[in-house]
Write a protein that binds this ligand. Sequence first.
Ligand code: DHB
Ligand code: MG
Length: 226
Amino acid sequence: MAESTPENWRRTDEFLSDLLVGHDPGLEAALAAQTDGGLPAIEVAPVSGKLLNLLARMSGARRVLEIGTLGGYSTIWLARGVGDGGEVVTIEAEPANAAIARASIDAAGVGERVAIRIGRAADVLPTLAGSDPFDLVFIDADKESNTIYLDWAARLGRAGTVVVVDNIGREGEIVDESTTDPMVIGTRDGLRMLAEDPRFDATALQTVGIKGWDGVALAIVASSGS
Ligand code: DHB
Ligand code: MG
């Protein structure tokens, strides 16, 4: 058996990506534009992008909410998942990121399905109330605000809405009770909310691969409670 090292996690992830995800010019151009624009390479891994796409299709999602657009990589995966006539609303705090994402999403051919809302998510989310419920919510922004985002996911969703939270492992720091890192504290508070808030039923998976050691939480909205 190979040793469990970051290098071997990476090689295995690349093998799985090559085998099961393959290559997509629109997605790869989005990554190149993100790099050229000086954005950090903190988008989801290809296998995780494909997971988002499959979750959207498995759940029959037509309306998706994404919190944290970055360069639009996961947005394109989700927009492909909602199909023709589907819709992705994605929130990005940084206008320069949103401009790069807009160009990449349009170039990938899914521009008509994607609305980018620029602003801090905590300010934008209340403005989305009153529209049709979202079928899937992907939370991948500032981790300090995860409980706020989960609250809005439940409010803007419906019973059965799928909720995905990125970065729930944080290299194992999540179990460090003495941490003072606000991103770790915010992430753990979000996980506790998924456990304790009756509006959710959740689990989480650790992941290793090209993005290191991290993980993703998956939840269903049991009742929107609103
Ligand atoms: C960070 C944020 C992410 O969403 C991610 O996937 C990896 C890292 C970060 O802010 O460090
Ligand atoms: Mg992330």
